[in-house]
Design a protein around this ligand. Sequence first.
Ligand code: NAD
Ligand code: WQD
Length: 337
Amino acid sequence: MANILVTGGAGFIGSHTCAALLEKGHDIVVVDNFSNSKPEALKRIKTITGKDFKFYELDILDFDALDKVFKENKIDAVIHFAGLKAVGESVQKPLEYYHNNITGTLMLIKAMRENGCKKIVFSSSATVYGVDNPVPYVETMPTHTATNPYGYTKVMIEQILTDVSVSDSEWSVALLRYFNPIGAHKSGLLGEDPNGIPNNLFPYIAQVASGKREFLGVYGNDYDTPDGTGVRDYIHVMDLADGHLCAVDYVLAHTGVEAVNLGTGKGSSVFDVLHAFEKACGKELPYKILPRRAGDIAWCYANTDKAKELFNWQAKYDLDEMAADGWNFTKKNPNGL
Ligand code: NAD
Ligand code: WQD
């Protein structure tokens, strides 16, 4: 078992992955600055697993603080979740996004290199496939047409980590391209808890179901898809967490760089997600058709062959279970974490 540094471990995907790592028997050290999360998530990881771990409240832009973490702990590998992720906000605040995500990653890699830790699993995104590639997305496709600064931070960090790996063959890098993570921990203790008005479909629907929002605005029903709404590859956050366990095993045992899609390989429309949530919460949820959202594409889903071959990993949960677990979290936490 290994000692894993988790950056952004208090966040949505990070918290579920921390619980999975501890349950598998790994030790973890978590760093976060709570810019988009709450300390309560860390308490709940401890409640779920019955295990304790070290936590440092720090900003990954702070090299000295990161360096101290490596000096005080023997870290075998890093899972790097910390980053800003709101697409619309990244268009308004490109400098903040480039600085936080790219400079933050540079500081992290520098601290890793100086302390002899050269194994990293990075949170990339399906957004790197941009607008020109046909679905299903395959890892070998070109990835240079992101549509917003957030997406470009992922494209650039993938390039930086690839270049580092080329420059020094001791590095081992997994670039995990997540599709659309939704759902929540089975316990109902962890889930997605966005600040303000949710940008993403699933947490928005959850807030309509809990009565916080009046109706779901459906961004366009005139796409070239079966019901006219956008199709995405929704993946249960616990499946995603499980994918990280495989990626950690992989980087511990190999060197080099691999990009790997983490999705289900199945596309679901906005109405499919809405209906699954209605089934979970047992009531009809109001919606209105609105104009298309700028930057959206009609289709996005993964080819999942590489994850199966390289990690022997495959998503297990279907949309109904994602909705049921998401609703369980919403019901149990009406005011979030
Ligand atoms: P999140 O916002 O819930 O988690 C990110 C965490 O990083 C938060 O706890 C935040 O406080 C922390 N953080 C941000 N900047 C930091 C900094 N400078 N120093 C220290 N901590 C910092 O987001 P998430 O949904 O859990 O996403 C995790 C990662 O996965 C992100 O890199 C995101 O871009 C990527 N990703 C997310 C999705 C998605 O739909 N949720 C999809 C693809 C990729
Ligand atoms: C899904 C579908 C919307 C909200 C984003 C990022 C991507 C990745 C995952 C980080 C689309 C429709 C949405 C609403 C709606 N994140 N929708 N009403 O856009 O696929 O991906 O999150 O890497 O980079 O772009 O996810 O949940 O915002 O939208 O009709 O209120 O739901 O148009 O078809 P998206 P999403």
